[in-house]
Write a protein that binds this ligand. Structure first.
Ligand code: GLN
Length: 480
């Protein structure tokens, strides 16, 4: 997709301004129903498109991403632009600098169409926790696009951006990709700088591409990856071009199939589609190996202790003083208003949504003196055991396969009152973040619901910093 558009731009078949305008026209027409975008950057986008067209006219070399219209999840800072993380507390927040990924994309001449909707501060699984709007799934407007990068996934699936960036702390790129029938990649922890990404849980967060093809994911990753001195956890990538590793051949590759992921809890229709995908991998020359992830049953509980703990710490900066909303007058006040403490309390009470408050409370509890050992410390120990399970598994296999999510896109409102059901949406995705490995979701089939075909995604997880192998396997699956 990106490569083709790049060729069209270079050959003059279409100009970047025309292409960008076409996307804005589509947004005008369709986004009133899909509600993928929170903010559009029309002027800046068209100016950048013009700059790229001028370069092409002068015969200058352009990058694969130059002049290609894309979207950013609204938790990544764009200098001078509104960045809300879909929260009321950041309603009027204008970012003073570019996130490193944004800087890198701008350097390549990417055309940023706008910022996409998400669950508030990336907490949720359906994008229903946005303080602004509920994004709809383009395959069925009665259903959620998944979350938390639901705006990004819906924009790409609905033809409102060529590709987008999302962030993934427990599945937020992969699960919406699965629900919307597109590709979502969570890189290895440390592969992509998180500088300028509004932090959720810092030992989990990664930025990743949402794209129409696996090749596009590789192309985008190559351009956002790498060491950044502003993110101490980022790793050198050696300027690798991941698209050069897509040989389309996986003969001899060993794909692990964890027993725990295919238990009786998995619905028969998702199991069937997953087995078909595995058979296809086998036909393509891969060897399927049954493996064990002995501590798998603890992944979700460990995630929902450690992640809220990190959230409660990260969210402390939103105090009504430093950023965005500040409630300091008595009329607005719910507490009384007047002094500093009341401003803190009022700003957070009014500015933050229910799920965010819930996580702050859960995390504060898990970290508090007297409970720290029983919850946070214990969870960290089990996290370590899970990592060891994966180290062991990768001694005998190259990749691990599972469904991305236990079901297709659910209906809007279906899970908003049943928190556990909402959390269970991440059962297959949180583990990659807990242990730090890269993981990709790609379409492997559809199921029918009320006359509509809903996409189902498959997930492959790879070795730490093994994106080449991971992308090659998903690409080989996709082109065959
Ligand atoms: N749904 C998960 C959560 O609510 C994952 C969120 C994410 O990856 N940002 O924590």
């Amino acid at each position: 997709m990106i490569r083709q558009l790049h060729e069209n731009l270079k050959s003059g078949k279409v100009t970047s301004v025309e292409l960008t305008q076409k996307y804005f026209d589509e947004i005008d027409e369709k986004d009133k129903n899909i509600l993928a975008y929170l903010t559009l950057h029309k002027e800046e986008a068209l100016a950048e498109a013009q700059r790229i067209d001028d370069k092409i006219k002068k015969g200058e070399e352009i990058d694969l991403l130059s002049g290609i219209p894309m979207a950013l999840k609204d938790n990544m800072c764009v200098q001078g632009g509104r960045t809300t993380a879909a929260s009321k507390i950041l309603d009027n927040y204008i970012a003073p600098y570019d996130a490193t990924v944004v800087k890198k994309l701008k350097k390549q001449g990417a055309v940023i169409l706008g910022k996409t909707n998400m669950d508030e501060f990336a907490m949720g699984s359906s994008t229903e926790n946005s303080a602004y709007q509920k994004t709809k799934n383009p395959h069925d407007l009665n259903r959620v696009p998944g979350g938390t990068s639901g705006g990004s996934a819906a924009a790409v699936a609905g033809g409102l951006a060529v590709y987008a960036l999302g962030s993934d702390t427990g599945g937020s790129v992969r699960q919406p990709a699965s629900f919307c029938g597109v590709v979502g990649l969570k890189p290895t922890y440390g592969r992509v700088s998180r500088h300028g990404l509004i932090a959720m849980a810092s030992s989990f967060d990664q930025i990743g591409p949402v794209t129409q093809t696996v090749e596009d994911a590789a192309i985008v990753l190559s351009r956002i990856a790498g060491r950044d001195k502003k993110d101490a956890t980022s790793a050198k990538s050696g300027g690798k071009l991941y698209e050069d590793y897509l040989q389309g051949d996986i003969r001899g590759m060993k794909i692990g199939v964890p027993k725990e992921y295919f238990s009786d809890d998995l619905s028969s229709e998702i199991k069937e589609i997953s087995i078909k995908a595995l058979e296809k991998f086998k036909k393509l020359g891969a060897e399927l190996v049954e493996i064990n992830i002995p501590h798998n049953e603890y992944a979700l509980p460990v995630y929902y202790i450690t992640v809220p703990s990190e959230i409660s710490s990260n969210m402390a900066r939103f105090d009504g003083i430093r950023y965005g909303l500040s409630v300091d007058d008595q009329e607005q006040s719910k507490i009384g208003g007047g002094n500093l403490l009341e401003t803190y309390l009022d700003s957070r009470e009014i500015g933050l949504g229910t799920e965010v408050k819930r996580r702050i409370m859960l995390g504060t509890y898990a970290l508090s003196a007297g409970y720290y050992d029983a919850y946070y410390k214990k969870a960290q120990k089990v996290r370590r055991l899970l990592k060891q399970d994966f180290e062991k598994a990768f001694e005998s296999v190259d990749l691990i396969f599972s469904p991305t999510a236990p079901e297709p896109a659910f209906k809007i409102g279906e899970k908003t009152t049943d928190l556990l059901q909402m959390y269970l949406s991440d059962i297959y995705t949180v583990t990659a973040n807990l242990v730090g490995v890269p993981a990709i979701s790609f379409p492997i089939g559809t199921v029918e619901r009320e006359g509509k075909n809903l996409p189902i995604g498959g997930q492959l997880m790879g070795r730490w910093f093994g994106e080449e192998e991971l992308l090659n396997a998903a690409h080989t699956f996709e082109i065959n």
